[in-house]
Design a protein around this ligand. Sequence first.
Ligand code: SAH
Ligand code: SF4
Ligand code: F3S
Length: 460
Amino acid sequence: MGMREEATKRVAAFWGDRPHAACILTFGCQQNEADSEKLRGMAHEMGYTDTAEPGDADLILLNTCAIREHAEQKILSYLGRFKEYRQKNPALVIGVCGCMTAQEHRVKQLKERYPQVSFTLDPASLPDFPRVLEEVLMGEGRRFLRGDDAPEITEGLPISRVLTHRAWVSIMYGCNNFCSYCIVPYVRGRERSRASGEILAEVKDLIAGGCRDITLLGQNVNSYRGDCDFATLLERVAALDGDFLVRFMTSHPKDVPDSLIAVMAKYPDKIAPQFHLPLQSGSNEILKRMNRKYTVETYLATVEKLRAAIPDLVLSTDLIVGFPGETDADFAATLDIVKRVRFDMIYSFLYSPRKGTPAAVMEEQVSPDDQKTRMAGLLRVQDEIALSLGEQYVGRTVRVLVDAKGKDAGALSGRTAGGRLIHFSGEPSLIGQFVQVTVERAEPYALRGRIAELERNIHK
Ligand code: SAH
Ligand code: SF4
Ligand code: F3S
């Protein structure tokens, strides 16, 4: 038995027959969602039940994000509120994990100013969760774990997924790109890829369990370098039997070879026509200062190839507004590309300086007022584009995987193959199935429609 299994048994024994509940709160991106499914899996093995209410928990775990200042401040304010629960229930254990806890200055701050925090666990130390919890429960004092920059991948951690019909599968971890604004390479460490056999086995299990939609996940998913390249891995997944769609995110524009586009074109029924390709800026000068390793011209050429090869491609991007040194002309160049490409979706962020990154000490930081004015201009342009692209779906019937109930009785929502959100009405029993929906109306961020016919699901 490994260290983790032994610690797991001892924590379970510590609780014995007494009920104990864990509240895991997740911030940030899909990598954190995926990590939280592993934390929950480990918590279940230690006998914890789930609670969504931190006030009812014996263990509160905050899985944190450090991508922008605002994200970190939000988490610190949560922790402030949890002090009160700790006073009511002195046995309550509060742990902080995730990207924030891979930064020395944050750990120091938590150590010194947040006595309610019993332990921190950075992303590299995730498999040590049972051991650290055991030490805290046994009264060995507070623990602050900081792992290696390139830890070996731990296979076989239990995963407790929220849904059965949709799943994340992490295929690579970390990032080597060091974009000058970004904290991720510092908190998630170097790129490492799982073996393709492990990935394929996980995907096969999911399909056998009725999963219909699988997202291959990685900070730069298309930079996957296991025992094969990403295009080969994607093709192996797409060639598996079953009624499912595979998608992937996030892709770096420097790693979109023709072979990847060809695989997507070859399996239109298995690979979702969706590409999330963060552009960040439409100015070559700014891209260079961001250390993005591509130009506007090469980016546009990639988009052209993707659109030529993949019908109905849903294309989305990330943009940073107000990067240091961004002039009115640089921002105008971004607006120009947005109008030319006509993205289905844009995720735009105000630049936020991150301690320890090169951009944080660049001169010519853009004033918050200018940042906000530019952001408002960008959103105005994009709202119009998104609406007119949505309107092109009106009257068409599309295949939708049903996700959830809406607020009103009989209301459902789901996603098209390309990942567009769509609302319609129907029976809750359809959740987790594919249905045909005729689009009746477009809104800037969603479609509305009605069910056209029920699809018979063929279980293989
Ligand atoms: N690995 C992915 C995602 C990184 S984080 C990629 O390379 O695209 C998601 C997005 O957050 C980034 O694409 C970027 O647009 C934004 N982001 C990262 N650091 C930021 C910062 N310091 N300020 C504002 N936005 C940032
Ligand atoms: Fe951050 Fe750049 Fe790595 Fe993406 S590629 S995670 S933006 S450093
Ligand atoms: Fe945030 Fe870490 Fe993801 S910093 S965006 S949770 S990789």
